[in-house]
Design a protein around this ligand. Structure first.
Ligand code: PRP
Length: 291
């Protein structure tokens, strides 16, 4: 596969995670944004159908450096990996997925109260750069055990006094009898871009399309009927993205309202609307939007 299109210009190259859950989620996101491709088995490249774009499948933790070096123009990876790489990149979009926190953790049996007590202690982590900076801001110097995985068992193995690891649900911590001593940062999956991307117009188009999908996924459309005398209360419950659409009904005492609501809040909003007399309340998922 070469990287030239018919007019002999270089195709815009997107780096996507090659395996794991993030690989599936990223491919689905691009597909929903109309940037579709078919990955043949074991192939590291795929050409997109309707855009001058080529997809390259890479290790998620290599994507920040490869984007900074220009091997890819844009890439999907974790903001934690971007920060840890120290690469100079343009942050284009938070993708609303993969949110996690990076935490300093100790054994639940350890009486330590704060990070300052870890001076001179051994800390196991896959995030030495972020951790070192965070500790330095607090005047703490520690000994680092740098690993690429299984950090959570290092206290039990006796080679670390504390660990710095990602926490999502907290089940890994619980399973290993660990507790959070302090939070170092919060991260999510992001779209990053090389600072000197050649085809900026195509990169911008991709960002706009993905943005439409990301926003659509976090909002729902709510429609309901409400007695006119309760309309102002209803509008306070559903102020909409800009403002709600209000339509007249045949019965002059009633009106119909359409408004966008945060998807995570839809159930609670529906209950509140019902409590003030709304009926025929319908939630519709939004597939795509430009706001
Ligand atoms: C990450 C992280 C923790 C775990 C946290 O590991 O390193 O071990 O997830 O998630 P939880 O709070 O929901 O339990 P991942 O599964 O990505 O694999 P890794 O250990 O190979 O990094």
């Amino acid at each position: 596969m070469n990287s030239k299109n018919q007019s002999n210009e270089r195709l815009l190259r997107i780096g996507l995670p090659s395996k794991g859950r993030l690989a599936e989620i990223s491919a689905e996101l691009l597909n929903d944004a109309g940037i579709s491709f078919r990955r043949s088995e074991r192939s590291l490249f795929a050409r997109c159908k309707d855009m001058p774009v080529e997809v390259t499948f890479l290790r998620t933790d290599d994507i920040p450096v490869l984007a900074a070096e220009g091997a890819i123009d844009i890439g999907i990876t974790g903001a934690d990996l971007v920060a840890e790489s120290g690469a100079s990149l343009v942050h284009r979009l938070d993708l609303g997925i993969g949110s996690c926190r990076l935490a300093l953790c100790v054994s639940i049996d350890d009486p330590v109260l704060d990070a300052s007590q870890l001076a001179g202690k051994r800390i196991a982590t896959s995030f030495p750069r972020i951790t070192r900076e965070w500790l330095a801001e607090r005047g703490v110097e520690a000994h680092f055990v740098e690993l690429s995985g299984s950090v959570e068992i290092m206290i039990q193995l006796g080679i670390a006094d504390a660990i710095v690891d990602l926490v999502e649900t907290g089940s890994t911590l619980a399973a290993n009898r660990l507790r959070v001593l302090d939070e170092i940062g919060r991260y999510e999956t992001v779209l990053v871009q090389n600072q000197h991307v050649a085809d900026a117009a195509t990169a911008d188009r991709i960002v706009r399309r993905l943005e439409g999908i990301v926003i659509a996924r976090s909002w729902s459309l709510l429609e309901y009927n409400i007695p006119r005398r309760r309309l102002s209360e209803a509008e306070q419950i559903t102020p909409g993205f800009n403002s709600p659409t209000v339509m007249a009904l045949e019965d002059p005492e009633w009106c119909a309202v359409r408004a966008m609501v945060r998807r995570g809040e839809a159930h609670g909003v529906m209950e509140r609307l019902e409590a003030i007399g709304a009926s025929a309340i319908i939630e519709t998922r939004i597939a795509n939007c430009r706001l």
